[in-house]
Design a protein around this ligand. Structure first.
Ligand code: HEC
Ligand code: HEC
Length: 657
């Protein structure tokens, strides 16, 4: 184990040295030369990216920030655990800065002197880098998997989303210290602040609450930065999930949010016209702090899967959205967009047509709860946006410098520069960040899992319903493998290959079978067997993320007490360690409607802290509900005689897995 970790970091070091050589940087010390020689001999003299020895050797750019005065771009490279400094004049990486953990986000002080980098780990840190020396001068402890750092306009406060603590850290810049923690909703993922510094908008990655509620959608929390309270919570339309990008327009008037708009209330019988998943941009009016409307980024026969980064040009004239699943950038004329929405809204109110359109029988829009009907219009952006094909794959982060949009492409270690000066025919330039990666099978599987170009009309990818590296979207889906009219909550794919059969009903013998039927019946695609094999490899490589309920990697006192209750209540007979499943099917008295009397495959409890809601139809918002409200007659473990404390200790134990 130790040996492979050492080998991994050693190879990473070697590659760093090689990258320097390829960039033409001077060999400053003997160590670099030595490492390059070793690396070249290990890899057979080919300057390629491999992930042999388990090393993560891809750069995987995933966040960008620009320093306009200095003509620099800072690029967080998650795979390489470094920040690259890119000169926009020479279009070259001029320096790299090593980090202690995967960098997930960046922000830069207004004077360009300090770079703040969130580094993901259970004990997350913000690394403060002095840009003059490119040295880390301070590491500020924050929460679990920190991301999306946002500096207040006066430069005095830094806000950071702690994804797995469901909190926002408030850091005093002078003291270089966390001074407050604000509770927000599930998995805060993207944030931005209004130009007056008064309001911080924080987007939740996936919905919370039960999946059979009337509306299931991720939300945006608006924090009053003075009182440090959540002032308003704005719900996006029913079916909103996979929120990844959020940007306040520089004029402070609107907040743009990118997300998936799932049509989860209809069976997944076809994909045409966005029947299953659509891809959206929500616009919040910053004045009233209300949802203004939601528009689809898709075209009638061409989905815009997995919208990710959002950013506006400084004059607020254009809003740009990366489409990670289709390898494109959408550039939207904001004045035309806002006008069109206003016209539509006023004519819609007059004609009272919105609600009617929405509720028409069989209308795919039945999941959507806004009144205008705009979120169902697949040609709404026609004529007011440009869909620009990018050179690389997996565009996630973007940064705008004047009229130049830099988009970082996660899977190809590249960037595309989109120059808007030639609007409406923007020009693109492909930029390289390092040697082109030669993908291992596992990495190719990861790309395929995220790639909507393998899907009929590019409506979605596997990652649309299984975001966060094969996890869950918080929704119920009426897949066709177990009949129609009995939706099932999306499953975590983390241990799918180790815990056959697959699907909660066990209708597929194995995860391998589920992967192949997924390609055929959910992507509506025919792909070669090697693609399915690559996806298998990727899913098999996923590792559990440690529970935030653990204290320094160990069970808390309450969880230890809960462990005893787990035995006493008979949970362990079916949820057998170490994966907490005996791979058998049981009727635990939960099935309703078409699933009454159905046996379900005992699910693993590993990483259950991250996959709410619970039970086959997602009716339980939390573990307590599984143990009390929905366990009638003690058919699902003996819980009726447990005291309140015992229930909460048991929940704590389960959530620690
Ligand atoms: C429209 C949403 C959606 C999409 C897209 C989707 N899935 Fe799923 N997936 C689900 C749901 C819902 C379940 C759980 C269904 C059940 O338990 O009956 C599931 C279950 C699975 C399982 C079984 C897990 C287990 O342990 O039982 C596998 C494997 C899987 N999906 C792989 C994939 C792959 C690979 C893709 C892309 C080719 C994909 N999925 C695309 C919704 C989706
Ligand atoms: C007889 C076998 C059996 C016993 C005993 C049992 N379970 Fe389960 N458990 C299951 C099955 C089957 C399901 C799937 C039910 C469903 O999805 O609706 C399940 C589902 C769950 C879930 C929801 C998982 C998810 O991802 O939605 C949790 C949590 C859970 N069990 C915890 C417990 C605890 C705690 C105990 C002890 C009090 C317990 N179970 C006892 C078989 C069992």
């Amino acid at each position: 184990m130790m040996l492979s970790i050492c080998a991994a970091s050693f190879l990473r070091e070697c590659r760093r040295g090689l990258n320097k050589l390829l960039r033409g940087e001077m060999m400053k010390n003997i160590k670099d030369i030595f490492l390059i020689v070793v690396f070249l001999s290990l890899t057979g003299l080919t300057p390629i990216t491999t992930d042999c020895a388990g090393a993560v050797n891809y750069l995987s750019p995933q966040a960008l920030v620009s320093s306009e005065n200095e003509n620099l771009l800072y690029i967080a490279q998650g795979g390489a655990r470094q920040v690259a400094v890119f000169n926009t004049n020479s279009s070259k990486v001029i320096k790299t800065i090593n980090l202690p953990a995967e960098p997930t986000g960046l922000d830069l002080s207004a004077d360009g002197k300090y770079l703040y980098v969130t580094c993901a780990a259970p004990e997350g840190r913000v690394c403060v880098i002095r840009t003059e020396t490119n040295k880390i001068i301070k590491r500020i402890p924050v929460g679990y998997d920190p991301r999306s750092p946002v500096l207040s306009p006066d430069g005095e406060v830094l806000y950071v989303c702690n994804r797995f603590n469901n909190t926002v850290s408030v850091i005093n810049i002078k003291k270089n210290k966390q001074v407050a923690v604000i509770k927000v909703l599930r998995e805060p993922f993207a944030a931005d602040i209004t130009p007056d510094g008064k309001w911080l908008y924080v987007g939740s990655h996936i919905p919370d609450g039960p999946a059979n509620a009337e509306s299931v959608a991720c939300k945006v929390c608006v924090i009053n930065t003075k009182t440090r309270d959540v002032d308003v919570t704005i719900s996006l339309p029913n079916g909103s999930t996979g929120l990844r990008g959020l940007a306040v327009s520089p004029d402070g008037r609107y907040v743009y949010v990118s997300h998936i708009l799932a049509r989860y209330t209809v069976p997944t019988t076809q994909l045409e016209r966005g029947w299953v998943n659509t891809n959206a941009l929500s616009i919040i009016d910053a004045g009233s702090k209300k949802l203004f409307d939601t528009v689809l980024l898709d075209d009638v026969d061409n989905g815009a899967a997995n919208p990710w980064g959002v950013s506006c040009t400084k004059d607020s004239k254009y809003v740009c959205v990366t489409q990670a699943g289709t390898h494109e950038l959408s550039v939207i004329d904001t004045a035309a967009l806002l006008d069109k929405i206003k016209n539509y809204q006023s004519s819609d109110t007059k004609a009272q047509g919105g609600a009617e359109r929405q509720n028409k029988p069989g209308g795919y829009g039945s999941a959507i709860s806004t009144s205008t009907g705009i979120p169902n219009e697949l040609s709404f952006l026609y004529g007011i946006r440009r869909r620009i094909r990018l050179g690389g794959k997996g565009p996630r982060a973007l940064a705008i410098v004047g009229s130049k949009v830099y988009v970082a492409e996660y899977f190809t270690d590249s960037m595309t520069l989109v120059d808007l000066t030639k609007w409406p025919r923007p020009e693109t330039v492909a930029l390289s960040l390092g040697p082109p990666p030669r993908m291992s099978e596992k990495r190719r599987g990861e790309l395929l899992f995220n790639d909507a170009s393998i899907c009929f009309q590019k409506w979605h990818s596997c990652a649309s319903c299984h975001p966060g590296q094969g996890r869950v979207d918080g929704l119920n889906w009426d897949l066709l493998n177990d009949g129609i009219g009995n939706p099932k909550n999306t499953k975590n794919l983390l241990l799918a290959h180790k815990t056959p059969p697959a699907m909660i009903t066990g209708v597929r013998d194995s995860a391998e079978a589920a992967v192949r039927t997924g390609i055929k019946h959910i992507m509506f695609a025919v792909r070669p067997e090697e693609d399915a094999l690559a996806i298998d490899e990727y899913l098999k490589s996923l590792k559990p993320v440690p529970s935030p309920y653990l204290a320094k990697g160990k069970l808390s006192k309450s969880a230890k007490r809960g462990q005893k209750v787990f035995e006493k209540a008979g949970c362990a007979s079916c949820h057998k360690g170490p994966l907490y499943t005996d791979l058998q099917k049981y009727n635990v008295g939960i099935g309703q409607g078409r699933d009454e009397d159905r046996e379900f495959d005992t699910p693993s409890l590993v990483e259950i802290w991250r996959t709410a809601p619970y039970l086959y139809d997602g009716r339980a918002a939390n573990i307590e509900e599984v143990l009390t409200k929905y366990n009638t007659g003690d058919k699902h473990g003996v819980t009726s005689k447990l005291s309140k404390d015992e229930v909460s200790n048991l929940a704590e134990f389960v959530l620690s897995q």
